[in-house]
Write a protein that binds this ligand. Structure first.
Ligand SMILES: Cc1cc2nc3c(=O)[nH]c(=O)nc-3n(C[C@H](O)[C@H](O)[C@H](O)COP(=O)(O)OP(=O)(O)OC[C@H]3O[C@@H](n4cnc5c(N)ncnc54)[C@H](O)[C@@H]3O)c2cc1C
Length: 379
């Protein structure tokens, strides 16, 4: 049997790349599998703008920063300009080249543990054995389809925002977007720019305000956690809840001001404090929507901007034995201060680390801290 490598990183998004860079510099025996930048490339729409700034770069050793990338490739760019998805993708590709990171662009289909090593079967038939496995598979598996809502929608007539990314397909169409946070409003703006005929947004709450989000306090916390990783778990439950609420309010009660003029147009109708009561197919295959305030209108398509919810039972590649062995609370794995789960050698990074490290860990602000803490444990 082939002898195991030291560390297998599963996932080649920002978190996998940040850790790979840390391990590469220290000449650690690792491999990285996953489709590089896949979520940003295939599950976010063209033209999307980031809410985060150049401070959220990937290199835990601070060499290959976003600012340095812009200085080399976009020297005329104004620092206050939001970063586009396309610029961020170009930065991540550049980062991979500069850090000399190579990824095997395949999914892990099955992950098991035998004795002290893990065995990962890849979709191309290859098998990799490793003493440590770091899961950084990100958001895609956790797309949220609220059961009560979906039960009211005709089968096959709705998509989650992570799949509704080619907005040119909606040219001339009437669309209902369900959800009322940044992603819903930005999708509405991009739909209008792709010449959708009309966009309705239905959401249960008031319309958020167009105010620039302030993430500076998050940056300070996450940076400090690199030397004090137990900080979040040492807070009282009430303090933890207060931080969750603060982050939630920053992200969810505000819409970026650069969206306002793109949304305030005749082709967009906002339906705050509503839910979908029913949707019925009409003979011409369009959809008659009735909201809980009794308003009705006709659309051609429905997009769910209903976010993401961690539930590691939804990771399709973890063996049953591993699923049972990983202790979980609220769908999140319980992790030690190095991101290790209750299965020795199995680490979870990114979004699933949010229960143990704080909700900030779903955002790229935490890439460098996670890379450093996991890297120290496996090196
Ligand atoms: C609409 C939207 C806007 C966002 N805007 C921002 C923003 O402005 N700033 C910000 O910091 N964050 C933003 N985020 C959050 C951001 O997407 C995440 O922080 C980041 O992508 C998480 O990185 P990741 O490395 O965990 O995984 P992802 O980027 O989700 O990448 C997952 C990786 O895992 C791989 N993978 C998946 N399954 C397998 C498998 N079975 N085997 C092998 N590989 C696998 C994929 O191929 C991919 O390489 C946004 C998210 C959304 C949904």
């Amino acid at each position: 049997m082939i002898s195991p490598i030291a560390t297998l990183i599963v996932g080649a998004g920002p978190f996998g790349l940040g850790l790979a860079s840390y391990l590469q510099r220290r000449r650690h025996d690792y491999r990285l599998v996953g489709k590089p930048l896949e979520f940003w490339e295939r599950h976010m729409p063209r033209g999307m703008l980031l809410r985060s700034s150049a401070n959220w770069y990937l290199d835990p050793d601070h060499e290959w920063t976003i600012e340095r990338f812009f200085a080399q490739h976009h020297p005329d760019r104004a620092p206050a300009e939001p970063i586009s998805r396309e610029q961020y993708l170009a930065y991540m590709s550049w980062f991979m080249q500069q850090s000399e990171i190579g990824a095997q662009p395949h999914y892990v289909r099955h992950l098991t543990r035998n004795g002290t090593a893990f065995t990962a079967e890849l979709e191309n038939g290859e098998t990799i054995r490793a003493r440590n496995v770091v899961l950084a598979t990100g958001f895609r598996d956790f797309a949220c389809y609220p059961a009560g809502l979906v039960a009211r929608l005709p089968e096959g007539r709705y998509q989650h925002t992570c799949d509704a990314v080619n907005l040119d397909l909606y040219r001339g169409k009437r669309v209902l977007l369900i959800g009322g946070r940044q992603s819903a409003f930005e999708t509405a703006a991009l739909l209008c720019e792709a010449e959708a005929a009309h966009v309705h947004l239905s959401y249960r709450h008031d319309t958020p305000r167009f105010v620039e989000a302030d993430w500076s306090w998050v940056e300070t916390i996450v940076e400090q956690m690199a030397s004090h990783p137990a900080w979040f778990r040492e807070l009282t439950p009430e303090q933890q809840e207060a931080y969750r609420h603060k982050l939630w309010a920053e992200g969810r009660l505000k819409l970026e001001p650069w969206l306002e003029s793109r949304i305030c147009r005749d082709e967009v109708t906002l339906h705050p404090r509503t839910e979908v009561a029913s949707v019925t197919r009409k003979p011409d295959d369009s959809l008659l929507v009735t909201l809980t305030d009794e308003e009705t209108f006709v659309v051609d398509d429905i997009i769910l901007a209903t976010g993401y919810q961690v539930d590691i039972k939804r990771l399709p590649f973890l063996s049953e034995a591993l699923q049972e062995a990983v202790a979980v609370r609220n769908g999140f794995p319980l992790l030690d201060v190095h991101f290790q789960s209750t299965v020795p050698g199995l680490y979870f990074s990114s979004f699933p680390a949010g229960q143990s490290f704080g909700p900030f860990f779903g955002f790229t602000v935490a890439v460098r801290t996670a890379a450093k803490l996991i890297g120290e444990a496996v090196c």
